[in-house]
Design a protein around this ligand. Structure first.
Ligand code: ATP
Length: 321
């Protein structure tokens, strides 16, 4: 059982343009409009793979009503509740060179009252399951509380016990505070840029990332996956470090590949698969998403094929930070 939490769902519009010129009229004849938010995308991926998935979070205003209606068509169960304000729009312009320009609204504020309601919902839901679910806390939140996710980890562990597996796909201050907190998440998935910000060093290659995986900040987090776009990923699982290579593919739209990776990882963890198989699922889902125009979608057939082409190389550690 997997539960994903999305504090800032969105309506994602993607405009494909032949040319995109700032300050000029740019026409587009094949827009895509879909619901998004990291937890929704990750949940969809895990559900497509066959996972038993519920998503929760908050919805606001007219956009929230649109998202709610779309959620009813999804392959997962959803339990969102309304708050005031307006759920956000996120606009991506994809030009001929596959450059992505994004405009993303802030979204409705998560007040302390809303934050409490969300965590109470997650805890109530978890208690109703036969076994504690794998919980994925995903994405940004418009909140004044920079320790929101850290607080959530504390409350989840207090209520559900130390064995609860909490996955986080967050960045910036929230991620920093989570890794610095006493209660550690089971899994984090920064991309290389988010990881560079976390360890406060410029990182441009997988080798740079590997050298930071023993950073003292990361002690106590069992599973760290640093995704590196078309280069694959680097992972640390307990004391083991892996260079995860992927084949070159002709991508269509890589937006949401990180979310799909988290969905694949959540599915594999929920199924109790090995670390190697978990990494294969994560990578294959990220790639399958990049082969679709839509955001946060994967194909089971493509994932099954791609999984065999992931090259996992365990690195012998000869350095200590
Ligand atoms: P997003 O924020 O758009 O969800 P991200 O920055 O968190 O993405 P990435 O590192 O870009 O995550 O991608 C996650 C995974 O998706 C990669 O590890 C890889 O498996 C796959 N992927 C992403 N981009 C490409 C690409 N250009 N070619 C092949 N695979 C890709």
């Amino acid at each position: 059982m997997i539960l994903t939490v999305t504090l800032n769902p969105s309506i994602d519009s993607i405009y494909f343009t032949d040319t995109f010129v700032l300050g000029e009229m740019n026409r587009c004849n094949n827009p895509i409009k879909a619901i998004g938010g990291k937890g929704i995308n990750a949940g969809r991926t895990a559900a497509i793979l066959g996972g038993d998935v519920t998503t929760t979070g908050v919805l606001a205003g007219i956009n929230g009503k649109f998202i709610q209606a779309e959620l009813e068509q999804e392959p997962f169960k959803s339990a969102f509740f309304p708050i005031s304000g307006e759920s956000r729009n996120a606009v991506t312009v994809m030009d001929q060179e596959k450059n992505q320009t994004e405009i993303v609204e802030l979204g409705p504020e998560i007040t302390d009252t809303t934050a409490k309601k969300i965590i109470d919902t997650v805890i109530d839901f978890s208690f109703k399951q036969k076994e504690a679910p794998v919980i994925a806390l995903c994405g940004s939140a418009n909140t004044k509380n920079e320790h929101l996710y850290q607080d959530y980890l504390q409350q989840l562990q207090d209520q559900l016990g130390p064995t609860v597996k909490i996955l986080t796909d967050i960045s910036g201050k929230q991620l920093q505070n989570v890794v610095n907190g006493t209660i550690k998440p089971y899994f984090i998935k920064p991309n290389i840029h988010e990881f560079a910000e976390l360890v406060n060093r410029p990182l441009t290659s997988k080798q740079d990332v590997i050298e930071q995986l023993n950073h003292p900040l990361l002690v106590g987090i069992p599973f760290i996956l640093v995704s590196c776009g078309g280069e694959g990923a680097v992972a640390k699982y307990h004391e083991r470090i892996f260079d995860v290579g992927i084949p070159a593919i002709d991508i269509i739209n890589p937006t949401g590949s990180g979310d799909a990776t988290v969905g694949g990882v959540a599915f594999a963890i929920d199924q109790g698969l090995s670390i190697e198989e978990t990494l294969r699922y994560g990578m294959a889902c990220g790639m399958s998403n990049a082969l679709e125009q839509a955001v946060g979608y994967v194909s089971v057939e493509i994932v099954d094929t791609l999984k065999h082409n992931i090259v996992i190389h365990e690195i012998e550690q000869m350095f200590h930070v």
